[in-house]
Design a protein around this ligand. Structure first.
Ligand SMILES: Cc1ncc(COP(=O)(O)O)c(C=O)c1O
Length: 351
């Protein structure tokens, strides 16, 4: 919040559009945040990261900017609507084909099934979430990266639930496109996010317009990140995101993950003692992100969520979680679920 206030006071100008001091400061805010994100995700050139409004925006830029008529995509049944809906739209608009590989009831994905679903010469993309937003199950991204590389297919990862809480190394994991939010594990404000685009991968921009660079050219510039950042950016939000990423880098993702696992295990153990509660997703000892979804016999998830909020000040998500296929795999299409997500900042604040 302080970083955003300072940015409002001292850098309230359009980055990359002028040479006066405030504009230069605004450009520096963007570059510093980009550099920190590059360090976090082991990206060699910060300019391969384009800022977006959120994960959904980044996923749309990746999916709509990369796929061509007739392409085939392999995705999974754990995907959020922010992956599935753009894919479904391209099915209708461009005639692309999509295979959704089903996970098991706990959300575990068998990477062999992903490889088996590839169609030589036709599959252009594997699109997978790093962690199920319903069950917390972690997808074996490095295995998918190896499969993608071997079969000359690109890998798009939706890191909405993992950026800042699970280690991500785009090169080691073979990730070509990484979509991430600023406003979750990276502790930034809403209205921030980004997309990493492999330097050899060329996407058609989602939006065309002013970039400050090459203003005399009617065509969108090829230079990154300008090519994918038309219009005035959310400089103030990006200043806040920069501080969030700084915090994550200082604490380390490994330590954050370990702390979240501790809280998750504690929460799961506590819930198991409550009569009528059924936990969803992987067992306690398995690797998962800090997402604990459950159903309670005879109690509607929305009613439970209301009571938790009103009587205990506990905020949980209830009902259906933007992943119809995920609910199908988990067997909760009729009931929906309650989802709690402990996080280190709030747990630190209480102690
Ligand atoms: C797995 C997953 N993908 C995509 C999204 C969409 O993220 P955003 O709200 O940043 O667009 C979410 C949101 O919670 C999510 O959990």
């Amino acid at each position: 919040m302080e970083a955003m206030e300072i940015c409002m006071r001292e850098a309230a100008a359009n980055p990359g559009r002028g040479s006066h001091a405030m504009a230069v400061k605004a450009s520096r805010v963007l570059f510093e945040t980009r550099k920190r994100l590059a360090r976090l995700f082991r990206i060699s050139n910060p300019n391969d990261i384009a800022f977006t409004l959120n994960t959904t925006h980044a996923l749309n830029l990746a999916i709509l900017g990369y796929l061509q008529p007739g392409d085939h995509v392999v995705s999974t049944s754990t995907e959020h609507n922010s992956v599935r809906r753009p894919l479904e739209a391209l099915k209708r608009r461009l005639g692309i084909e999509v295979t959704y590989v089903a996970t098991d009831e706990q959300g575990r994905l068998d990477s062999n099934q992903v490889e088996a679903a590839l169609i030589p010469g036709k599959t252009k993309l594997i699109a997978a979430t790093h962690s199920s937003n319903l069950l917390g199950t972690i997808t074996p991204i490095a295995e998918l990266g190896a499969i993608a590389k071997k079969n000359q297919v690109k890998l798009l990862v939706d890191a909405a639930q993992s950026a800042g809480t699970l280690p991500i190394d785009v090169e080691k994991m073979g990730i070509d496109l990484l979509a991430f939010p600023g406003h979750k594990g990276l502790l930034g404000p809403q209205g921030t996010g980004g997309l990493y685009i492999h330097p050899e991968l060329h996407l058609e921009p989602l939006m065309y317009g002013g970039t400050g660079s090459r203003s005399d050219d009617p065509e969108q510039p090829a230079v990154r990140p300008d090519r994918y950042e038309a219009g005035t950016p959310n400089t103030v939000g990006i200043a806040g995101l920069g501080e969030g990423v700084s915090f994550v880098l200082k604490e380390t993702v490994e330590a954050i993950h370990a702390k979240e696992r501790e809280l998750t295990t504690q929460l799961m153990k506590g819930l198991l003692d409550v009569p009528g509660v059924h936990l969803l997703g992987p067992e306690i000892e398995e690797e998962r992100t800090a997402i604990v979804a459950f159903v309670m016999e005879g109690v509607d998830p929305s009613e439970l969520s209301f009571l938790l909020d009103q009587q205990f000040g506990i905020a949980v998500r209830s009902g259906f979680h933007c992943t119809p296929l995920g609910h199908e795999s988990a067997g909760t299409t009729q009931t929906g679920a309650v989802r709690a997500s402990p996080d280190i900042l709030r747990s630190n604040r209480k102690s």
